[in-house]
Ligand binder design. Sequence first.
Ligand code: DO4
Ligand code: MG
Length: 278
Amino acid sequence: MKLYKTENGILLERDDLFYRLHETDWDQTVNRDDLYGWLEIQVESLIPLTFTDDIPMPEILAPIGSQEVWASGVTYFRSRTARMEESEKAGGGSFYDRVYEAERPELFFKSTAWRVVGNHGTVRIRRDSTWDVPEPELTLFASSSGTLVGYTIGNDMSSRSIEGENPLYLPQAKSYTGSAALGPCLYVPEFALGDDTVIDLAIVRAGEEVFSGEVTLAQMKRKPDELLQYLFREMAFPHGAYLMTGTGIIPPSDFTLQQGDIVHISIEPIGTLTNVVG
Ligand code: DO4
Ligand code: MG
């Protein structure tokens, strides 16, 4: 089942049919350990909606209310290698190797809810950055008890030039206006996503695909529950939290994003998150 946040309520999609939930508060709706079961009960008393030219589908917003967005780093071998290379001159290379092997994962704060852009929103490149990439990441949603109840697609926009200069610049490389995108929906499955789930990235410039890549969850070193367990270990999230799980797709070193590029990130069965670089 998929939940879409809109300006006038929450839409539920099940088997290609859309329903409007009676509950309109996003935070209250999603913060349930048994969200899937609760939605199954709700849908029984709802009537499918029909969208027409006169009654169009409402605009879909980022699937977030008051939740914080956190992110994981160096969870794929490709990410470890790329970051060791980019920070070699600054002497930061071994940090990434060590955190890849360590028991404790790298977790960092990514964004407040109000700064997150949704599907078709504009992501940004920092003006003081010269080397930039999107990071396509499966993003977990956990209730306030730390229970994994859903997923969305995340774009952890990153400045590689700032991150490569010094690992201590990570917060500036990762958190700025337009650096976090989530969407298009909160996907709430009955069972957790399998290791064969594919994350697909395509970057289009002036109508031409300039980079594409894919990775499966099987290549991720950490397990979703392991990442959530560390995130919730010593921190309370009263409305639940989003956690990006790290990127396994990194364009070659001579690639940098440009203004006007369009970034498509697809994860079947969640959907596609599309953002323009502004
Ligand atoms: O270590 C820096 C950030 C890593 C990251 O964002 C990722 O691996 O996706
Ligand atoms: Mg990342």
